[in-house]
Design a protein around this ligand. Structure first.
Ligand code: CDP
Ligand code: MG
Length: 702
């Protein structure tokens, strides 16, 4: 293997780290930041006094990079080198280099705010601007003061505006590792294709038949279109005249791919064989595939966004930003000059693409993060004055506070409650952690754990909800239970209980077309949640197994009641003269039960009067996904609470929400640091602001 660019800078990097507490390192994707920095610091003794922790915004990246580093050091994964992602900890006493998702590090800081076991923390892939990394950056700023003698913080990024981060960390040094990037020829389409899938296929075959050897990386938007592309491309390649061109293999690469299939992308291809890799934006910066000479860029990415005024998620296929387009193109020039085929016009690129990607903090629900920050109980941290690299909107902070108040996590003055403290200890979204706590009161914790685990599966378990449920099956699968008319949560519970009664037989899952890997994951998650609950409840739980639970309507009653408390902010009322529901805790809007739901109208064609839902998602229309029928008498106290809500008080009183206080605060703190000069918004800030405005305008038009 040729030497990675970053290794040539080892002396410089070590010297800078030795002299400074925070260092920003910018280097091209593939230059060795994720795999080499930790090893470098390890070689120089930084693991003697503690662990080197490297955060990754993506689970897949944490696993894959840890595996690679373990391999390079010749150690067993989970020993000296390990990883920790939500619900999966592969570290041991001996672990010195630990890759972990940013979410896991945040959680660790809850039990140990000083993160005492770490000697070095590397916030990797900071350019992804994930919500958790952004929050960690704010926390690090505080932590470096507290541990000024024994903690080093490195922030690494491929494209991030380094000056801005350096400024954020009191003008810390910024090292740039020049990437050895070969020229990449950019080829634009003459017009925007009607179907980017077809256009991808055509371009791929053109490359294969006309261009010299070299792998092809194709950027698609998600698992669905990747699977389609893979099967169509395989067919086309197979039908090419034998001997007319070299062999080819087509590989998918996305976050829900089983690990054993992910590994294939990193192993050596057979000789005289071209690889086509159809990937999501995971291959943009977090994973580097060697051997790529051609890139096909669809120009799109799938992005989950949250609208705080409606509480609605949408999973949109949106245009990438210019920064992303350039990252994608860059993948073609790592080993020699390459080509990037953009399936859009140069006019599209110039005029349509946003300059930079909108940071996640400005398009997600913040309830979990706000709860977390409140639970840190640090006198010097006020959520509204928290130091963010880019502040979230006041609207989304208000939305978060409101939700937390409705589920009793904070009181009317915005202070965290005991319930809130307990909730923060659970690695679940606030609605589910609240449900668990309530369920424990009602004696149905076992059921609630199952539901929470089922909803935490990273993949879709049920065949009806998978787009590509195995169509090749000869036998029709056995129908799953129906939720007894109470909806999807109860159905999820029933499925798990039946499986439990079958001793977790995988064939039972197969007969029902349930995703086996997902179900096994659920079982493991349930066990972990159970252990955490046990700790919280100081051993007063007896929930190791759900076996021998009688399924009966009465048993579901309490669970539904607990769900109603947990989902207090996700409540909807059936409209009498309309076919649909009206949401109650957000600005009222008309929503429908998602067609995949087991919740069906009764014989009179009537739906339940009140339901809670797991999420609102807009596809063609606004839908509630995963709904559970609740009783009107449980709903009334919530509605009263909604009526008496005073968001200004919740925010902690004095702060004026409408004037975006955090931004003022960032400036204030900087002012103190650099002797009185107020920094002006730099170009990057303006760009993000402009991007955000255009993004919102576009959303508004929809
Ligand atoms: O983080 P950065 O993008 O700078 O690079 P990296 O992830 O450290 O990758 C450096 C090199 O390690 C890549 O070019 C790959 O050759 C190799 N690598 C690999 O083969 N398998 C992995 N799972 C990760 C990296
Ligand atoms: Mg990396």
């Amino acid at each position: 293997m040729a030497q990675l660019p970053i290794l040539q800078f080892e002396e410089k990097i070590i010297e800078t780290v030795e002299k400074n507490q925070v260092v920003v390192i910018i280097g091209e994707t593939g230059s060795g930041k994720s795999t080499q920095l930790s090893q470098m610091l390890h070689r120089r003794g930084y693991t003697k006094s503690g662990i080197i922790g490297v955060t990754q915004p993506r689970r897949v990246a944490a696993v894959s990079v840890a595996r690679r580093v373990a391999e390079e050091l010749g150690v067993q994964l989970g020993e000296e080198v390990g990883y920790a992602i939500r619900f999966e900890d592969r570290t041991s006493e001996r672990t010195r280099i630990k890759y972990l998702t940013d979410g896991v590090l945040l959680r660790e800081s809850l039990s140990d705010p000083e993160l005492g076991q770490y000697s070095v923390i590397i916030l990797d892939e900071a350019h992804e601007r994930s919500l958790n990394t952004d929050i960690l950056m704010g926390l690090m700023k505080r932590l470096i003061r507290m541990r000024s003698s024994n903690l080093k913080v490195l922030i690494t990024s491929a494209t991030l505006d380094g000056d801005k981060v350096s400024k954020f960390f009191f003008d810390c040094p910024l090292l740039t590792v020049p990437g050895k990037l070969y020229p990449v020829e950019i080829l634009y389409s003459n017009e925007r294709p009607k179907s980017y899938l077809e256009s991808c296929l055509k371009t791929a075959i053109d490359i294969h038949t006309k261009e010299p050897e070299g792998d092809v990386l194709i950027f698609m938007t998600g698992q669905d279109d990747i699977e389609k592309l893979v099967s169509k491309l395989e067919e086309k390649v197979y039908n090419l005249e034998e001997g007319s061109c070299m062999d080819a293999v087509v590989l998918p690469l996305h976050g829900s791919l089983p690990p054993e299939l992910q590994v294939r992308v990193f192993s050596r291809p057979p000789p005289n064989c071209r690889r086509f890799i159809a990937a999501t934006n995971i291959a943009e910066t977090s994973l580097t595939v060697d051997g790529v000479v051609y890139v096909i860029d669809s120009g799109y990415v799938k992005q989950r966004q949250y609208n705080p005024s409606t509480g609605m998620y949408s999973l949109d296929v949106v245009q990438i930003s210019k920064v992303q387009a350039n990252q994608r193109a860059g993948r073609a020039g790592r080993t020699r000059p390459g080509k990037c085929y953009r399936l859009y016009t140069s006019m599209d690129y110039q005029e349509d693409l946003l300059d930079v990607t909108v940071p996640e903090i400005q398009r997600s629900s913040l309830a979990g993060s706000v709860l977390y920050l409140k639970s840190l109980d640090l006198p010097d941290i006020d959520i509204l004055r928290f130091d963010f690299l880019d502040p979230p909107t006041s609207e989304s902070l208000e939305d978060a506070l409101k939700q937390l108040y409705l589920i009793d996590a904070i009181d009317e003055n915005g202070s965290i409650t005991k319930i809130g403290q307990t909730m923060a200890e659970l690695p679940l979204e606030p609605s589910l952690s609240r449900t668990l706590i309530e369920a424990n009161e009602y004696g149905c914790i076992s059921h609630a754990l199952t539901v929470a685990a089922m909803l935490s599966a990273e993949t879709t378990l049920l065949p009806g909800r998978r787009k590509n449920a195995d169509k090749k099956r000869k036998h029709r699968p056995v129908d799953p239970p129906d939720g007894s008319g109470w909806g999807d949560h109860i159905q999820l519970l029933q499925i798990f209980e039946l499986w439990d009664q079958e001793n977790y037989d995988v064939n039972w899952c197969k007969d029902r077309d349930l995703q086996v890997r997902g179900m096994l994951f659920v079982k493991d998650v349930r066990k972990q949640l159970c252990q955490i609950m046990q700790k919280i409840a100081k051993g007063s739980l007896d929930v190791w197994t759900s076996r021998n639970q009688k399924e009966s309507r009465a048993e579901y009653w309490n669970l539904r009641k607990a769900l109603c408390v947990g989902y207090a902010n996700q409540l909807a009322e059936r409209m009498i003269h309309h076919n649909g529901y009206r949401t109650l805790s957000f600005k009222p809007q008309v929503v429908q039960v998602h067609p995949s739901s087991v919740m069906k109208p009764d014989e009179d064609g009537k739906f339940a009067d009140y339901v809670v839902y797991h999420e609102l998602i807009t596809t063609s229309r606004p839908f509630m996904r995963n709904v559970c029928a609740v009783q009107v008498e449980w709903v009334m106290p919530i509605l009263n609470k909604v009526k008496n809500l005073n968001v200004n008080k919740l925010s902690g009183g004095s702060a004026d929400l409408t004037s975006e206080p955090m931004e003022g605060n960032v400036k204030d703190s900087l002012k103190k640091e650099d002797g009185g000069t107020t920094p002006t918004l730099d170009g990057h800030d303006n760009k993000i602001q402009a991007a955000r405005e255009r993004f919102l305008a576009r959303k508004g038009k929809k």
